[in-house]
Design a protein around this ligand. Sequence first.
Ligand SMILES: [Zn+2]
Length: 267
Amino acid sequence: MTADSDARYEVLAIRYASRATTRSSLYLNHHVYGPDGPITMDFFLWVARNARRTVVIDTGYGEAGRGPGHPKRTELADPVAALAGLGVHPRDAPQIIATHAHYDHIGNLAVFPGSEVVIGRAEYDFWTGPYARRGLFAYTTEPADLAHLAEIRDQGRATFVDRPTAVAPGIEVIPVGGHTPGQLVVSVATASGRAVLTSDAAHFYEEIELDRPFAYLTDLIGVYRAYEQLRELAEEPGVTIVAGHDPDVMRRFPIVDGTKDLVVRIA
Ligand SMILES: [Zn+2]
């Protein structure tokens, strides 16, 4: 294997849940734009891998995230089982990138007791700090998930980032903030360029295209600024943008055979 192929990855998006809802419940002050309408929000996690390395980007929500405190969704797959179906197992301790600490992104971290977890410094500090328990912030998280983040730190398994950082050959995390204080975007080198996983810096492609912030956020100016960064990235040659919760991801990329239409190959 050459050093070059060592730094290029296959990138997969795994859809594990889906929610049929209204635009007004997902976009901040949606009435500003016009009448309401239906919209579907999918829930994903991602895998980047090559012969040498597997990196799991977010871990979906676990049992607590299926509870009544969260919106009604259709469960399509258990995230951990879906990873296992792709040959990704906790015993192999894959590196994990936690793009942010919302319940639908870090719910199964406890299943990976041997993994390094990359997370934004500002993300960790905010969610273990005094404002995390205020109503509108707390709504988007699970207390057990946040407590577990602190355990990961105490065990020496957390890698904190506060600037664009290469966390593996060919994989860069870019803190953009906005949606949450330490929201990360993940750029992965592939055979066909770079896949940019926006996670919740852009749940939907139209957030970037129409400049419409999502309903839940910690910093509105930061959200707009992140859209600018993503538009700049999208203009670079060879960059493929992958929105974090958009059903269109399942149409833009080819379905992986044998995955019950739940996994697409980004590159
Ligand atoms: Zn999310």
